[in-house]
Design a protein around this ligand. Structure first.
Ligand SMILES: [Zn+2]
Length: 144
């Protein structure tokens, strides 16, 4: 299982290389704006978080001054050792059963909008069971 912390090209690359996909519930997207990802072996619990080092961009400019920024970065990623490109940390990720692929659990109905909610993502608010939108986390409005 992989947790990605940004919605950039790296996210697509990680999905391709790992086989972890949103639709398989093995890729978890966190919209944190950080070029980082955590890879979890769910059979052993071993996990590693890898973050791109900002200093790698400066290093790319130094090494390949004749190239444009993105080309220099591509070249740097091909040639620099991993420890100059990434920070790597062993971490622990607490996975709830409802986060795992294959989880079968009850589907509940939002007490306000009536839509179904899967994977225990409902919220209890003033004694009501609500979806996150109706609980105030809505990212859209009805545009009227
Ligand atoms: Zn609702």
């Amino acid at each position: 299982m992989t947790f990605v912390e940004i919605d950039r090209c790296a996210t697509d690359a990680i999905a391709l290389v790992t086989g972890c996909r949103l639709g398989k519930r093995a890729l978890k997207f966190l919209n944190w704006g950080k070029m980082a990802a955590t890879f979890v072996d769910i059979s052993t619990g071993r996990a590693v978080r890898i973050a791109a080092r900002d200093s790698a961009k400066d290093r790319a400019r130094e090494l390949f001054p004749a190239l444009e920024s993105s080309a220099a970065q591509q070249q740097a990623y091909r040639t620099l050792p991993d420890d100059q490109l990434f920070d790597v940390q062993a971490v622990r990720v607490t996975l709830r059963p409802e986060d795992l692929p294959g989880y079968k659990g009850p589907r509940v109905t939002c007490g306000q909008c009536g839509e179904s909610i899967n994977f225990r993502r409902e919220v209890q608010s003033n004694g009501r069971t609500l979806c996150r939108s109706c609980a105030g986390e809505c990212y859209y409005d009805l545009g009227n």
